[in-house]
Unconditional design. Structure first.
Lengths: 257, 116
């Protein structure tokens, strides 16, 4: 299809979409007048039923836990797809070496960036673990905390400490985290099936009602599993995207020494 | 109508902008970013549907469970979506890298096996 034809097709279809969307919007209540029963029901019962003060996390990892398992599998499969697509053929590295010779050299990393990144790394680990483990109490959970944790290797990389990056993030670690994360989620679901009668049933003791780190039953466990899967997934992507550059830079360093 | 429903308009606008970008794109990286813009319209739509004026967030750590709060379900839906979207973007970008490696171009119109 040519570009012209595509644009010509776009105009009437876009107009049709806008008309349909507008007519649909007229029928729904004005913004701020939420009426749906489900949100209110969950807000009313979640704290008592699950001892989890963050209802969003309770919905994610308990009431809609099966749905979240589906989302996590999308993440898992996407990561596998990306790593498979980005894997290197041996002849690629040689081609890239030529490119480097044509005056494309890596600029030096400034001390300010270095200091900032290295100083941020340790607090980011702590903050990430805090967000993952407190998801059932305050805003947070496996998804958010996992992303925070995955920034740590990126910070190390940005600080230009390539050897430390390689040492602290061997490929096997995020792979293990990813597998434990997704597998653990399914196992928690199966535990519910065995002891509770249905998949992902909350069978672990709920803990104190005044919301402690260990209240919520399976919610914090699933949160940790998700955190592992998300961290593993993002770090694997990071390694896959950076692998080429990393090898080249390390090679260059060895050559100059 | 406009005064009471404008956030839905923002969702529609983001959707149309993303779609227009996809239709007219000349570069796969640009196209993938347009998909991200398009997808962000769903966030606006979901959050808007669950919003209740004057209500607080559905986190009852310090407040009584009777306090009126916004819908937690739509928030949970979009929360997972944000993370998953980022990973799907990475998958799409690695597809773009593969295409560039094989064909030497990122222009969808210049790639013969995608034409019909």
């Amino acid at each position: 299809m040519s570009r012209r034809l595509r644009s010509l097709l776009f105009v009437p279809l876009a107009a049709a979409f806008l008309v349909l969307f507008l007519s649909a919007t007229v029928g729904i209540p004005a913004v701020g007048n939420y009426r749906g029963p489900y949100g209110d029901v969950l807000n009313a019962v979640a704290v008592k039923e699950r001892h989890s003060t963050d209802v969003v996390t309770a919905v994610n990892f308990d009431y809609r836990g099966f749905d979240t398992l589906g989302e996590e599998s999308i993440l898992f499969i996407s990561v596998i797809g990306a790593t498979v697509l980005l894997r290197q053929r041996p002849d690629e590295i040689k081609e890239k070496d030529k490119e480097e010779d044509d005056g494309r050299h890596v600029p030096k990393i400034s001390d300010a960036v270095r200091l900032l990144c290295l100083a941020l790394a340790a607090p980011a680990v702590l903050f990430g673990i805090y967000v993952v483990t407190h998801g059932q109490l305050t805003p947070g959970g496996g998804f958010q905390g996992g992303v925070i944790l995955a920034t740590v290797p990126l910070l190390v990389y940005l600080a230009g400490d390539l050897r430390t990056f390689q040492k602290t993030t061997p490929r096997i670690l995020p792979e293990i985290a990813e597998c434990i994360g997704v597998g653990g989620y399914i196992l928690i679901g199966v535990a519910g099936l065995i002891w509770g009668g249905s998949f992902l049933q909350n069978v672990v003791p709920l803990g104190p009602e005044d919301a402690k780190v260990y209240s919520g039953g399976t919610i914090p466990l699933i949160s940790v599993a998700t955190g592992l899967a998300v961290t593993g997934g993002f770090v694997l992507l990071l390694i896959a995207f950076l692998e080429e550059t990393l090898q080249l830079r390390l090679k260059g360093k060895r050559g100059s020494k | 109508m406009i005064a009471t429903h404008w956030p839905y308009g923002i969702a529609a606008w983001l959707f149309m902008m993303g779609l227009y970008g996809i239709v007219t794109s000349r570069n796969y990286v640009h196209l993938i970013m347009c998909i991200a813009v398009l997808q962000s319209s769903t966030y606006v739509l979901l959050i808007t549907i669950g919003y209740r004026s004057g209500a607080t967030s559905p986190i009852f750590a310090k407040i009584s469970p009777d306090t009126p709060a916004v819908d937690p379900i739509v928030q949970a839906l979009m929360l997972t979506d944000v993370v998953v979207e980022a990973v799907v973007m990475a998958l799409l970008l690695s597809l773009a890298m593969q295409i560039h490696q094989r064909t030497g171009t990122l222009d969808p119109d210049k790639i013969r096996f995608l034409k019909w």
